[in-house]
Design a protein around this ligand. Sequence first.
Ligand SMILES: Nc1nc2c(ncn2[C@@H]2O[C@H](COP(=O)(O)OP(=O)(O)OP(=O)(O)O)[C@@H](O)[C@H]2O)c(=O)[nH]1
Ligand SMILES: [Mg+2]
Ligand SMILES: [Zn+2]
Length: 341
Amino acid sequence: MKKLGWNDHFEKHFAALQLTDLVPARVSRVDRGIFHVIHEHGQCVVKVTGKFQHGANSKFEFPSVGDWVALELETEELPGRIHALLPRKTWLSRKLPSDETQEQTIAANVDTALIMCGLDGDFNIRRIERYLTICHNGNTQPVILLNKMDLCTDLQSKVSEVQAIAPKVAIYPISVETQQGLEVLLPYLTLGQTAALFGSSGVGKSSLVNTLLGTQKMLVQPVRESDSHGRHTTRHREMIFLPNGGIIIDTPGIRELGMWTAAEGLQTSFEDIEKLAEDCRFRDCKHTHEPGCAIKNAIAIGTLSEARMTNYTDMLEEVKQAGEKKARIAKRAERRTRKTK
Ligand SMILES: Nc1nc2c(ncn2[C@@H]2O[C@H](COP(=O)(O)OP(=O)(O)OP(=O)(O)O)[C@@H](O)[C@H]2O)c(=O)[nH]1
Ligand SMILES: [Mg+2]
Ligand SMILES: [Zn+2]
């Protein structure tokens, strides 16, 4: 069980459910409503119970890869079923591109989020800021992996750019291709530790998994030469057990990075801006035309980058709009139920 990542946190929550005849199991893969789970004595492919299905209000409440669930084991007559989801310790989630009011879990109960970015044409500071916000929102410790250092000619300046926006986060340049720097990952992948890889398509997530495994388990495809974009090779989320006892989750490259109501995550990833704003003359300063604006001042003297501020403002706006849309939908649903009464 320790090998699966089981610990006191989950033990406590499982005991509190007081469910007899159920065992704890961890979701290792999700395929459209079908869950692959692993438990102490083996593994199986199951669905959730009807009661679970009806009780869930959103996609976020369904099991995701990395989740611990209460499982009814299969018998000769009946298939196994998931009865409950144990409270998540950490999670990585984002808005669904198709429906902004739905939150989608990328992975759950991850000890370390390995944010992977390419040092080729994929390199994008604004995107790293977004990934960091997702980590902070779900209490997940981020680590930044700058892959493909073999293709990079100005490594130091790129690393400095990342350091400037993430001063408290570990940043490692690596090359999966030449295996340079990969030893930095070992402390995050000790027995029972779970790390999840996420980043755009083509940055080398599956290549890293294959290298750590020492086999070509995951499918890997070359990126488009013109812009370094990947081809969305990985299609599902999957947990992989490494020979040294660590667990790594490979995920499909993120197409569009929507934000969730990640207001708390924003506070942590843009701590510098939130602190600066405290020095604005007006409490409700919009940082546009107000006199005595500490943010405008910081941009003018060059201590804050305008692009970083714009990214922050855009994300705040997305959070606000998603919140409003959600409220509108909730209101409509309420009106509907009142009418039918
Ligand atoms: N030059 C170089 N190429 C690399 C490196 N790491 C991975 N690649 C290549 O990048 C391409 C994409 O790698 P994948 O592992 O498929 O990328 P991915 O992040 O899993 O992509 P998706 O599954 O689409 O999200 C492959 O051609 C890899 O060989 C590296 O360190 N240097
Ligand atoms: Mg992949
Ligand atoms: Zn201001």
